[in-house]
Design a protein around this ligand. Structure first.
Ligand code: 4AD
Ligand code: MG
Length: 433
């Protein structure tokens, strides 16, 4: 092997002549004189033809024992072949087996539990590879969006002293004999920083001790969050819409091939990337669901999965639901100046029954109201003293949101389960491998 290796996609782009490629055996079949190896690298598949008459008896006996997922280097001449997976075929002149593989245990169509137990091997599948590529595009696009809008990247601690999103989903750990919690959100540590940086974002893990076994909940997920000074409620919604649209646009530009592998119809993605999101108050959602779906929801109850799903079925785009009842939302959300029973909080409900992807709000500026709501929720405001200082020294209107990145990836790829949107999922029942 003497030439520089090129990727399978670069070989296809070259289209002819001698090339050297390397990768893993995706499929193999053949006889005692000719062997067809479909090689996989991170970019594509390539059918490789190995003939005994070309490589000689000794070499051929090596390839005869080859099994799925063995790693190889191959040199040969590229020829057009309409029946091959990518339209080309490599006529092998020489090859080297780098790593053997014995009875690779995993293949498509096996039980979910088995594939989850063998996640480290299942990652190599065409399906998981396609999802991971889209996930990479989404992360890149979110960074790009926020940086393009003039945000600084900023990090909060993961070990935190108090809850922000409800005590029931807190993970506590033993911090040298004292209880401490894993971050549910960066928010309480982000708000103090807007006084320095004004516009900030992060993409970091968040943790929720979710006892629910749903297709939407992980215990460890990647949380894209932002916080902005001098922002009103509409600004927050606009940024949420902008960030989602940008991520979807990038996937459409870069991952057409992966969407095809996942059999994902791109039409709805195109719709979301180009058409304005619907914006609707909680009150209007209640009216709409009563009219169109005969669903009666008592005012003051949070929207449950069933109701979010019915709402999403009525539209082919995201719906931003605003002005939720104060009692169902977090203590930091701003009470509406027009109606003290509702808050300037919003949830972004994805199309196709994928549920809430973003939760955000304008932040309450009245320190007494924050203390009162903490007390009502059974919290000791004294634990939040550092946070309350944000309202004592030069407080400004501000707000932010958090996006579950796996929820977005799940919807973009139309996955059955959020577990496939992350390499090694963590749920109540799944924490290995
Ligand atoms: O709605 P949440 O709880 O909002 C917050 O944490 C705010 N502090 C965010 C902010 O304003 N900075 O969570 C935000 C998003 C949800 O909309 C959802 O997409 C995702 O985080 N999320 C989960 N994703 C996967 N698994 C879970 N268990 C999740 N819990 C929330
Ligand atoms: Mg929420």
């Amino acid at each position: 092997m003497t030439m520089p290796f090129i990727s399978i996609n670069d070989a296809i782009a070259k289209g002819e002549g001698d090339v050297e490629i390397r990768g893993w055996v995706h499929r193999e079949r053949g006889s005692n004189v000719i062997k067809f190896v479909v090689l996989r690298d991170s970019t594509n598949l390539m059918q490789c033809v190995i003939e005994k008459s070309v490589v000689g008896d000794k070499k051929y006996s090596e390839i005869d024992k080859i099994q799925i997922e063995a790693s190889m280097e191959l040199r040969g001449e590229l020829k057009a072949e309409p029946r091959a997976p990518n339209g080309f075929e490599l006529h092998v002149k020489d090859f080297k087996i780098i790593g053997t593989s014995d009875k690779f245990p995993v293949k498509a169509g096996q039980e979910r539990e088995f594939l989850d137990d063998n996640r480290h091997l299942w990652l190599r599948s065409r399906r998981m590879t396609a999802i991971l590529k889209i996930r990479s595009t989404v992360f890149g696009a979110l960074h790009e969006y926020f940086r393009g809008e003039g945000f600084y990247e900023y990090q909060s601690p993961i070990f935190q002293g108090m809850q922000a999103e409800g005590g029931s989903t807190l993970f506590s750990c033993n911090y040298f004999g004292k209880p401490i919690y894993l971050a549910q959100t960066w928010q309480l540590y982000a708000e103090p920083a807007i006084f320095a940086l004004e516009k900030i974002y992060t993409i970091a893990p968040s943790f929720r001790a979710e006892k629910s076994k749903t297709s939407r909940h992980l215990t460890e997920y990647w949380h894209a969050e932002m916080e902005v000074a001098w922002a009103n409620f509409k600004d927050i919604q606009d940024h949420g819409e902008g960030a989602i649209k940008h991520a979807v646009k990038r996937v459409l530009e870069r991952n057409r091939e992966e969407l095809k592998i996942l059999e994902r119809d791109a039409k709805i993605l195109e719709n979301v990337a180009t058409k304005p999101f619907l914006r609707m108050t909680y009150d209007d959602v209640l009216k709409l669901l009563a009219q169109k779906c005969k669903l009666k929801i008592e005012w003051g109850k949070d929207l449950r999965t069933v109701e979010e799903d019915e709402l999403s079925k009525l539209h082919d785009n995201f719906v931003i639901v605003t002005h939720y009842p104060k009692i169902v939302k977090a203590f930091y959300m701003k009470e509406s100046p027009e109606n003290p029973e509702v808050v300037h909080g919003c949830d972004f409900i994805a199309p196709e029954s994928y549920g809430e992807i973003i939760g955000g709000s304008e932040r309450e500026s009245d320190i007494e109201k924050i203390k009162q709501r903490l007390t009502e929720q059974g919290e000791d405001p004294a634990k939040y003293e550092f946070y309350l200082d944000t309202r004592r020294y030069g407080s400004v209107p501000h707000g932010g949101f958090g996006m579950g990145v796996e929820r977005l990836v799940s919807w973009i790829c139309k996955l059955d389960n959020i577990k496939d949107a992350i390499p090694f999922p963590r749920t109540m029942l799944r924490y290995t491998p």
